[in-house]
Design a protein around this ligand. Structure first.
Ligand code: GDP
Ligand code: IMO
Ligand code: MG
Length: 437
């Protein structure tokens, strides 16, 4: 059995949760490597919906062990709530969920600073973050002032947290004119008897060491991405990105596994494009077609409930994601959302000041000035959700899928036509062969 990375190839919400849930049937361990509770993954099993933010989607398969890696930033209250919610839905996680002791803690000043920083930005400059404190938590990690879960158990843990809280209060009050946080209250919530430190202790361990041992024993791993390639801190549409490495390299640093342990990178792409928050979006649809796609796809954020911006499939952006991640196979999701159109468009190239561009531009100014070059495709205008094989698809739907595979120069191994597990169509592919599935 192979070890794989599964990640989003666009601006998030590609249906990673559904795809990870499907693929975990074929692996032993499912490990989240980046992001925090800014992520929102909805998995539907039968009639039950499981909204997950921090816990890996593999948790829904009883035989899987899940890991939250060191690359994730962990908000203790959120994690505890999610564990309790899963228990209410009949899923016990103790003994099969491990959280890295090296993971950074998202602390109350982080969301407060996130909101305060956004409030200061002018319209058009706002990132449109999820307000979960993700940017400030990763900034503190990089500035070496954050606290990791393991640090809470050190003798000087309470002193370090207190110093951290006081310094952040100063920033909140003096720089942002915001309200300070109650230091004693936060200390009690974290360190008090039965507090967050105690609640999380049964789950915390050195997960890099754990993964090393399990992989050495022959276990297979699915590294679960959050967000998407275009939200990656280095390779995305900076500064309209998140603050972590959402791309394949992030799986290695975010879990403590070597690149040589990864056999394949599986990219999840929606059949169209969405983005939440600010930033350029060349194929954005600000018309009725966009509204129809948004309604048909229920394109409202799982984490914040915000309406997602919607546009045609952007093969220039997607090809960028394929290149930087080494994506060798693709899951194409939400294809059924496009069932209701006579005509569909796919962006095959950009034009910038009259010149054809085939590379994804690094400059945000250039990206904002790009005009998409579209190929118009015939719509199929029939429901796909009951189809069980690719050969049963109407020719126009097959042509649409085949065009994307050709533009991305990558095989499409899976097409999803509904949120449920059974609405998934496997195509003949090297990917499933490699997975031994
Ligand atoms: P993630 O963040 O990448 O895991 O994606 P989200 O869960 O935020 O958003 C994807 C949404 O689409 C979820 O509500 C899924 O249940 C749903 N979904 C996934 N695949 C399909 C599909 O093929 N068709 C339809 N109609 N919905 C899907
Ligand atoms: P999943 O895992 C879609 C976006 C935010 C904002 C930017 C920065 O569900 O695909 P942040 O709070 O991370 O500092 O916000 O990134 N963003 C997401 N958009 N899906 C996500 O996660 C996202 N996580 C962050 O909307 O534009
Ligand atoms: Mg999501």
């Amino acid at each position: 059995m192979a070890s794989i990375v599964v990640l989003g190839g666009q601006w998030g919400d590609e249906g990673k949760g559904k795809v990870v849930d499907l693929l975990t049937e074929h692996v032993d361990i499912c490990a989240r490597f980046a992001g925090g509770h800014n992520a929102g993954h909805t998995v539907k099993v039968g009639d039950t919906k499981y909204p997950l933010h921090l816990v890996p989607c593999g948790i829904l398969r009883p035989n899987i062990t899940c890991v939250i890696g060191n690359g994730v930033v962990v908000e203790p209250k959120q994690l505890v709530e999610e564990i309790e919610q899963l228990a209410r839905q009949g899923i016990e996680v103790q003994g099969r969920l491990w959280v890295s002791d090296r993971a950074q803690v998202v602390l109350p000043p982080h969301p407060a600073l996130d909101r305060a920083k956004e409030a200061l930005l002018a319209d058009g400059k706002k990132i449109g973050t999820t307000s979960r404190g993700i940017g400030p938590a990763y900034s503190d990690k990089a500035s070496r002032v954050g606290l990791r879960l393991v640090d809470l158990d050190d003798d000087d843990g309470p002193d370090r947290l207190e110093a951290f809280l006081r310094s952040r209060n100063e920033l909140l009050v003096k720089t942002y004119g915001a309200e300070p946080l109650e230091v004693e209250e936060v200390l009690e919530t974290v360190f008090g008897p039965g507090g967050q430190r105690d609640q999380l202790r049964p789950y915390v361990k050195n997960t890099a060491e754990y993964l090393y041992r399990r992989l050495a024993d022959g276990a297979s791993l699915l590294a679960e991405g959050a967000q998407g390639a275009l939200l990656d801190l280095d390779h995305g549409t900076y500064p309209f990105v998140t603050s972590s490495s959402a791309t394949a390299g992030g799986a290695c640093t975010g879990l403590g596994i070597p690149p040589t342990r990864i056999d394949a990178v599986f990219g999840v792409f929606k059949a169209y494009t969405t983005r939440v928050g600010g930033g350029p979006f060349p194929t954005e649809l600000l018309d009725d077609i966009g509204d129809t796609i948004r309604e048909r796809g229920h394109e409202y954020g799982t984490t914040t409930g915000r309406p997602r911006r919607v546009g045609w499939f952007d093969a220039v952006a997607a090809r960028h994601a394929v290149k930087i991640n080494g994506i060798s196979s693709i899951a194409l999701t939400l294809l059924d959302v496009l069932d209701a159109f006579e005509e569909l468009k796919v962006c095959t190239a950009y034009r910038h000041r009259g010149q054809a561009l085939t590379e994804y531009p690094s400059s945000l100014q250039v990206l904002a000035e790009c005009e998409p070059v579209y190929r118009t495709m015939k719509g199929w205008n029939t429901p796909l959700s009951e189809k069980t094989s690719f050969n049963d698809f109407p020719p126009a739907a097959r042509e649409y899928v085949e065009l994307l595979a050709e533009l991305l120069k990558t095989e499409i191994a899976l097409v999803s036509v509904g949120p449920e597990r059974r609405r998934s169509i496997r195509l003949e592919s090297e990917f499933f062969e490699k997975l031994g599935a």
